[in-house]
Design a protein around this ligand. Sequence first.
Ligand code: PEP
Ligand code: MN
Length: 346
Amino acid sequence: MNLPFLITGPCAAESEEQVISTARLLFEKVEMQGFHIHYFRTGIWKPRSNPKSFKGVGEKAFLWLQRVEKEFGFKVCVEVATPEHVVCCEKYGIKNVWIGSRTSVNPFMVEELANAMKEKDFTVMVKNPIISDLALWKGAIERFLTNNISNVMAIHRGVADSNENIFRNAPIWEIPIELKVAYPNIPLLCDISHIAGHRKYLRQIAQIALDLGFDGLMAEIHAHPQTALSDAQQQITPKELYQLLSELHFKQLSTSPIEKMLQKERNMIEHIDTQIAQLLQKRWKTIDRIAQIKRDNNIQIVNAKQFNKIKNIYTQYLTEDRLSAEFIRQYLELLHYTSIQRQKEL
Ligand code: PEP
Ligand code: MN
């Protein structure tokens, strides 16, 4: 069994008590139970969309993190977004940092950060930019590689996408897979928390990441997630993390390259089907709401105009050949039939 590289800890350092109690629980419930934690993570300076949101406690948290290193033996990592942050990390002997998605999107900032770490003994983990742009992610990684920073890794955290209606950030798995092809020797981790946005999706995303051949996971953990000052919905307790890790299947990847390639494609299909199933469920729930409105207001069930509109949506995206036209025909028939049945039943 190949255990994944694991980075975990609270979204943000909030207080000494919160940092230490989370670290202690991670040590007892995860590390001592056989899942090695490679880095304890936490945000000290938080890049928040809303300027009134909690922005992190700043420099004083380094003293708490030094305790985490000393008392539990964890290596610690934090997010850096400016050269001043890098200097501050050095001052407290922290040599593991990550570049957030709102920073990796900006080549000027990345350049400044790479210069600040030039030829130094840092481990830098570069998150993908917040927008879907593989070239920008590669460019950010290149800037660290060419500055001879000791250790460079990549973290996939999904991309902001207003069409994504399940996860907080769309995973678009093709992007990290292509990155891995371009940089096979750079460890690739998956930040399941920021993709999920809600704890209920964490395990599913972690499993997909492992199946796709990611080298490790990043997950946000809090001793009391409900009270977290940032990203409360997506954080889980150390005990829940242990549970999640125990439920994952760590597949032994086949040695044959063709089998490997095939397995990755199959995993991708499984992921796509999961999304289709989730969307269908959402569709049915919407239909049930429509049915209720129609029933309460005595409106007829079948609406041909609406059906044609939906047909156009499918033909716009899918028809290229005879087979896909036939697929749409059969699929729409089933979709329509099921929708009418559901409404009738109500
Ligand atoms: C984080 O990891 O705390 C964070 C802010 O992540 P991202 O840059 O991926 O949004
Ligand atoms: Mn967070």
